[in-house]
Design a protein around this ligand. Sequence first.
Ligand code: NAP
Length: 462
Amino acid sequence: MTQKTSDSGDARVRVAIIGSGPAGSYAAGHLLRHSATELHVDLFERLPTPWGLVRAGVAPDHPKIKSVDRIFERTAEHQRLRYFGNVEFGRDLSLEDLRAHYNAIIYAVGTPVDRALGIPGEDLKRSYAATDFVGWYNGHPDFRDHEFDLSGERAIVIGAGNVALDVARMLMLTRHELASTDVADHALEVLAASKINEVLVIARRGPAQAAFTNPELLELGELSAADVQIAQHELALAGGSTDPEADVTARRNVEILEEYAQRKPSGKPRRITLRFLLSPVAIEGHGAVESVTLTRNELVNEGDGSLRARATDERINIAADSVFRAIGYRGTPLPDVPFDERRGVIANAGGRVVDEDGVRRGEYVVGWAKRGPSGVIGTNKKDANDTVDRLLEDLGGGRLLEPAQITDAGLAAYIHERQPAAVDYDQWSRIDRHERKLGEASGRPRIKLTRVQEMLAAAKRK
Ligand code: NAP
């Protein structure tokens, strides 16, 4: 294994980053740019492959968004950064191990699990968490063996965020469109054979409160095989749908949705229907999804300017063959790391990890694990920089950890003792080249390896 090592300096300031997604990668970049003290960064990743949601979350038909990985590659190639893939915090390395070897630890672990609706029928067959579907079509090893039954004609997507739009769009792309992306091979076949011809996206509040961003909403109106439609009366029900507090994105969303409501179907074989002011109260079926019961909502002012959905007595039932729940993500606790159960994030004050005794020395958090699952990829840059600036203040004030002195080589050996199959950056590059080569023959950006063992085998290939 080739690692960037030096045995010379033992008084190095070392930072461990747990998680190589956007937040962890931006944090690494900001640490490495700090010139007053040369910081040394070890970037740990649970999977052999880096970049978190850029690889396993961004939809396959969004290659431009994925191209941010070039920035992360430049960071990872920095002389003072070492990548350790296939090393899991809590499995291979404990908090105690890290405290013994690093001056600071930054958690960048995201919010990996789906939020539940908490309604009857949620666990029926063909009721799916969007997080699972996204992981599956993106070839994340954790979701490799999930199965999605797309043999029915109508799917309901619950939620009005960008993940709901990703799911709706992925269900409507043609085989031809999918085939030029890096969608996982196992998903390509299932999606291409899908019988779904109608997707209903259900929002519990009105058009002005939807969490979509404008480009994603516009994209929905440009699908080759699906018309987009909205019932005029539902826009009207939402009170003209304008919210005096609405920001520029929300106002533009309303304009786009109003334009969609004017459209006549153009005869495309599939359609996406956006519905508003509806909340699911039960998913029904004999063993598998057959319908969803929803209540009609009205918007009530919470007094602080925000508008909440309140159920009325009106109920409707919509027949459906599958349900995708896209109502947000949630964090999970890490061993020995304080967790804020209410917010579903690592307990922190401005990025400094806190417990009942106050700020924890040398522990920090960035990204979704810090603020919750919000914003686009770029949002994580400022967020990570802010936390790193707190770390640098603490460095200046002598408030970091004081680990035992160890050489780079000694530390690498220690990590390899814990995880002999740790993957370094050169080895990840081999996986990357292998995947791209596999893709070349069929004109695809790459064909992803979707099992950890396959990745480890490719990492060793010369
Ligand atoms: P999100 O943007 O927070 O949207 C979640 C949606 O679920 C909201 O419409 C929310 O409605 C709704 N919801 C929550 N609880 C509900 C319930 N019990 N019943 C019905 N609806 C409920 O989350 P997301 O879509 O998972 O996206 C996560 C983040 O990733 C977002 O910041 C998103 O922009 C980003 N992302 C970006 C892209 C992209 O840039 N292309 C792609 C995917 C994701 P309320 O507003 O009423 O709570």
